[in-house]
Write a protein that binds this ligand. Structure first.
Ligand SMILES: Cc1ncc(COP(=O)(O)O)c(C=O)c1O
Length: 500
């Protein structure tokens, strides 16, 4: 059965299961039930009787039960043994919970949550969110194709990015996407040209750069004049006036996004306060449908595991975290008077804490000064620590007692940047032990590469007591499948003239 056939089946059934009329699950993957030893395969699209799993009150579904780390009701050691490592594991309950929390917080205004699939574009993840009514923030024709492949609706897609090609624009137009989020005047002219050729009207929103510092890491700050994104606040009205004279464009809204992993509501508030009067003026002239305030809501990376316990949210640290409720309570009063549909583009908030990367300890290497824990995952599987100096909490899949050891957790790649933690107090682990790198659901697998000819990791989606592989581990030959030697390289190297 193909993905499209599965998705069609889901589409028919999802409204029933969402409305609670049908308490049974429908699935699109070869599925395994039970967290322990045996696995029961269930064919795509079949209804499966399963225990109802209560929605967790906590912020994610990774927790110890006894000595074993679980994702929902599935043992992570069992998954690591069954599927091998490195292995990404996602919690469907957490994905749904995060989407729903944000969606509900925005309920007082007409809105569309467009999941930023650059954070995690696995078909199983997209399917989960499409089933909840999510739209999608996409950045390439490939991402729109993924939405379609997962049974999502391209008419709920916005298409962002500074370098859209003519082919990508045509693809978006043919699939009636909701809006192009435009980053330059040259792009507006290109969209107009392509739309004219295809006899289509292109819905567009220009991305305003409000020049507000999000106060986050330099590589994920996007809303200042140091960044390549959007058009300067002061130039926007002139750009819209010129765009209104271009053929086949519908000026549908305005968009902004100031950065990622924002843990304080203040930069969001400042940006919205600054841009709302501009939206009002433009709306009066051009008759908008929407204002998109982008994504960027931050998540808890430290302490990741503890934040899965509802009690943690009542601690001093927990009370400081930016919640959807606080975000909405601050921004809705500013946005409501516009009377427009509000679009949101959250990525990390939905996927970040919903995923973990499982890895196996290959060696312990002690030097004079360091205890290196060498694992089988590497920077090609999860580049965030090397790229953004990011922190991922690391915990063993089977709890260890005893004193901690200050350790560097490193991968096997020939780069000194290939590390996951430095001087981290970790339980004493040894060869063959499994570890989980938590909060790895966003900007993890999607940024994977085959550097050092390492296959892309497998990915598993968990739903209550069930689990399914939603991406097979890449066979190693696939890495060079599209490569070949040049025609003049006839002799097989290293064999000499005798051709032995
Ligand atoms: C335009 C735009 N929207 C949304 C996002 C998603 O950000 P986040 O994952 O922090 O929510 C990004 C991230 O880079 C972005 O560039």
């Amino acid at each position: 059965m193909t993905w499209q056939q599965c998705a069609a089946g889901w589409r028919d059934r999802e409204s029933r299961s969402r409305s609670g009329l049908d308490g049974r699950g429908f699935h699109g993957f070869q599925e395994e039930t039970g967290g322990g030893g045996g696995s029961e395969k269930v064919a795509c699209g079949l209804a499966v009787d399963s225990p109802r799993v209560a929605q967790p009150a906590a912020v994610h579904s990774f927790r110890y039960s006894g000595k074993e780390l679980f994702c929902e009701n599935v043992s992570l050691s069992a998954l690591a043994k069954r599927h091998g490592t490195p292995l990404y594991v996602y919690s469907q309950a957490t994905l749904s919970d995060h989407f729903t929390k944000l969606d509900q917080a925005l309920a007082p205004v007409p809105h569309l949550v467009c999941f930023a699939m650059k954070s995690n574009s696995n078909l199983g993840v997209i399917r989960t969110l499409a089933g909840l009514g999510s739209g999608f923030d996409t950045v390439s024709a490939g991402e729109i194709q993924r939405v379609i492949a997962a049974g999502g609706d391209p008419r709920r897609c916005v298409f962002a990015g500074v370098g859209k090609t003519e082919e990508e624009i045509a693809f978006g137009l043919r699939n009636d996407i909701y809006s192009f989020n435009v980053e330059s005047e040259a792009e507006l002219r290109r969209i107009s040209r392509v739309a004219l050729k295809l006899k289509k009207i292109a819905p567009v929103a220009v991305r305003v750069n409000p020049n507000i510092d999000a106060g986050t890491h330099a590589k994920i700050t996007t809303g200042t004049y140091e960044n390549k994104f959007g058009i300067a606040f002061e130039e926007i009205e002139g750009v819209y006036a010129r765009a209104a004279r271009l053929p086949n464009l519908r000026l549908r809204g305005l968009q902004m996004h100031i950065g990622s992993q924002l843990t304080d509501v203040t930069p969001f508030r400042k940006a919205v306060e600054k841009v709302v009067p501009l939206v009002e003026r433009l709306n009066r002239k051009h008759g908008f449908d929407f204002f998109s305030i982008g994504g960027g809501i931050g998540i808890v990376y430290n302490p990741a595991l503890a934040s899965g316990d509802p009690a943690w949210w009542h601690t001093a640290a927990g009370r400081k975290v930016l919640t959807p409720e606080r975000y909405a309570a601050t921004l809705i009063p500013l946005l409501q008077p516009l009377g427009l549909k509000i679009l949101l583009e959250p990525g990390r908030f939905i996927t970040g804490n919903a995923g973990a990367l499982l890895t196996r300890v290959e060696f312990i290497k002690k030097t004079g000064r360091k205890n290196f824990v060498i694992v089988d995952a590497a920077m090609n599987d999860l580049i965030r620590p090397a790229f953004y100096d990011s922190y991922h909490e690391i915990v063993p899949l089977v709890k260890k007692s005893g004193a901690t050891v200050s350790s560097d957790v490193v991968g096997p790649i020939c780069e000194s940047g290939d590390y996951f933690a430095k001087d981290r107090p970790l339980p004493k682990v040894g060869e063959g032990d499994f570890l989980a790198l938590l909060s790895a659901g966003a900007y993890g697998a999607v940024m994977g590469s085959t550097y050092n000819s390492r296959p892309l990791a497998a990915e598993v989606l968990v739903n209550g007591s069930r689990s399914a592989v939603v991406r097979e581990r890449q066979p190693v030959e696939e890495i060079w499948r599209n490569e070949k030697t040049a025609p003049w390289q006839t002799a097989r190297p290293g064999r000499g003239k005798s051709g032995r």
